[in-house]
Ligand binder design. Structure first.
Ligand code: KG4
Ligand code: ZN
Length: 320
């Protein structure tokens, strides 16, 4: 079964062709990030206008690279929530237009769930049930997953998303947007133990809170008047956040007696996070899966893959 995936939830426009939910035949991604960078964050109106201009081209490119004509596509899988409204509308309208003109079923997919699926495009032998952590610019969510149709939310952030905290702290440190990769770079020359930061307590052990640590960085910078190394701040902030992410994910695995943990989302491309997950895997005797870095960021391959799985199980009942 050949699935055309379409993703346009934030600043990326992406199209992919995936066979039987596993074999990636093509995945094209274009981003308007360079334009947003000078504003220090994504401007929704600019994102959707750029997506409108590029969606047709990017879908054609994906089909061309896969060597598949539109007539051979069996399903269109498109991100339908959550995301920027105008951006989502571009992808969905385009998907529905192809669906009607070529009589191909179309399925709407949850963007956060698709970040979990990115793992299945790369790794074999992932067994259910598992715990999944999605850490991106807009979301920080922990799930318990007994099957693709049952993705149960255990907890999420009560304020800033994890990637958002990286972006805001980077701004305080005078770094570029998006802040995650910049903090990772700066942290390499700092000590993760230099400053004792803490993430705020949450009511549920599976929820997250990152706005307190962001404020702690703000006051530290104000009060230290340039005397504390920015590299030490970046390294200590990064370490504290990563430790909390791992600690809560491992706790969820123990609580739900799951031996497998899946990670997804933009923050999962952080090298320090990936290294510490390997360590946590050994210590806690878990199987931890992380997608390759190119599948951690927003892409349509993960949308196509999850679409295949849900369509196969529901016989198309989810289609618009
Ligand atoms: O999943 P994603 O590409 O888009 C959303 O769905 O939000 O995630 C983007 C977020 C941004 O906040 C960015 O700063 C963060 O992921 N990010 C990182 C790294 N690379 C991207 N955070 C920490 N370390 C990184 N290396
Ligand atoms: Zn995302």
């Amino acid at each position: 079964m050949l699935v055309l995936g379409i993703e346009s939830s934030c600043d990326e426009t992406s199209a992919a062709v995936v066979e039987n939910g596993k074999k990636l035949l093509s995945c094209k991604v274009i981003s308007s990030l360079d334009i947003h960078r000078k504003f220090g964050g994504v401007i929704p109106e600019i994102a959707s206008r750029m997506q409108l201009a590029s969606i047709s081209f990017i879908v054609e490119e994906a089909l061309l690279k896969a060597g598949i004509s539109l007539d051979k596509i069996n399903l269109i899988s498109v991100t339908d929530t959550p995301g920027l409204l105008g951006s989502l509308l571009v992808g969905q309208s385009f998907a529905k237009a192809i669906s009607i003109s070529k009589d191909i079923p179309v399925l709407g997919i949850n963007h956060i769930h698709s970040h979990i699926y990115a793992n299945f495009l790369e790794h074999k032998n992932i067994s259910f049930p598992f715990v999944a952590l999605v850490v991106s610019g807009g979301h920080t969510s922990l799930f318990y997953v007994p099957g693709f149709e049952e993705i149960k939310l255990l907890g999420s952030t009560s304020d800033d998303a994890c990637g958002e905290a990286f972006d805001k702290v980077a701004k305080l440190l005078g770094l570029k947007y998006p802040g995650g990769p910049e903090i990772e770079k700066l942290a390499k020359s700092g000590s993760p133990k230099a400053i004792k930061f803490k993430c705020s307590q949450t009511k549920s052990p599976f929820d997250f809170s990152f706005s307190g640590i962001k404020t702690a960085v703000l006051y530290l910078l104000k009060n230290s008047q340039g005397k504390i190394s920015k590299a030490d701040i970046a390294a200590s902030f990064q370490e504290t956040v990563i430790d909390v992410l791992i600690e809560k994910s491992v706790l969820a695995c123990k609580h739900y007696k799951a031996k497998t943990l899946l990670i997804g989302g933009g923050v999962a491309s952080n090298s320090r996070f990936r290294d510490k997950l390997l360590l946590a895997q050994k210590i806690n005797k878990l199987n931890i899966f992380i997608p390759p870095k190119n599948l951690c960021i927003d892409n349509a391959a993960m949308v196509a893959g999850l679409g295949y799985q849900l369509y196969k199980r529901n016989g198309g009942k989810n289609a618009y």
